[in-house]
Design a protein around this ligand. Structure first.
Ligand code: PEP
Length: 249
């Protein structure tokens, strides 16, 4: 892991969690404050219904929060959607955009993801911009081409801070992960794309790995060059698993 970038470990609770689940956040806070200070920025992205409470809960233990998605518009007639400003108002500092589940289930294009990231910037949030190939694309030898296309289309031209999460779609929630060499190759490629486009600034962007990250594989994956943290789904739901991943940094 790069020495100049503070690692970031973000938990994506997806559509899981009711108010009782905040007990996991309390337990996580206790775990983080009991031992040595975490060497990572810790972010939890709960469902929007829990965001304000989670932000208040996390404050005393240094746990930051993020939204899981936002609408590109500031406000308006968009029933059921949530704006970046609303997330910020609920205490969020980050917002996940372009998660593969949104790209697949809601037909989100790179163009839309980019607009959402811009909305995040406008609200003062740091977007976590997700990219990643499907299994068919990897099998066809197109993984890097696909990820490069997603990076080019999804990241806005801006001076604002953003995070990239490389999440191979076939590794999400499946228990399967790429080999360390495959992760290293893709992260180096992403770093190359970011520095080519953003210069020095691109060298300091956190590039997270996501996809079946768990306590048993976190240490080796998080040690790979240009892996500057992780985006964690299933294993972020239980405080003890998430704390173990954070302490693997
Ligand atoms: C995710 O959906 O962002 C993710 C990484 O999920 P999981 O950790 O469950 O594979």
């Amino acid at each position: 892991m790069s020495k100049t970038i503070t690692p970031l470990i973000a938990g994506n609770w997806k559509m899981n969690g009711v108010s009782a689940s905040l007990a996991e956040l309390t337990a996580l806070g206790q775990a983080l404050t009991a031992g040595p200070a975490p060497r990572a920025i810790v972010v939890i992205c709960p469902p929007a219904t829990l965001l304000a409470a989670a932000s208040a809960h996390g404050a005393s233990s240094g746990i930051l929060t993020g939204g899981q998605d936002c609408h590109p518009a500031k406000s308006g007639a968009h029933t059921g959607d949530i704006s970046a400003a609303m997330l910020a108002d609920a205490g969020a500092q980050y917002v996940i955009v372009g998660h593969s589940e949104r790209r697949a289930n809601h037909g989100e294009t790179d163009e839309l993801v980019r607009a959402k990231a811009e909305a995040g910037f406008a609200a003062g949030l740091k977007p976590i911009i997700c990219v990643g190939e499907t299994e068919a694309e990897r099998d066809a030898g197109q993984a890097e081409t696909v990820v490069e296309r997603q990076l080019a289309g999804s990241i806005p031209d801006s001076e604002a801070t953003f995070v990239v999460a490389y999440e191979p779609v076939w590794a999400i929630g499946t228990g399967r992960t790429p080999t360390n060499a495959e992760i290293a190759q893709m992260h180096a490629r992403i770093r190359g794309v970011l520095t080519a486009r953003f210069g020095e600034r691109g060298a300091s962007v956190n590039i997270l790995y996501g996809g079946s990250l768990k306590p048993s594989n976190a240490r080796e994956i998080l040690a790979i060059e240009h892996v500057n943290g992780g985006l964690v789904g299933g294993a972020s739901l239980l405080a003890k698993d998430f704390a173990a991943i954070i302490s693997a940094v």
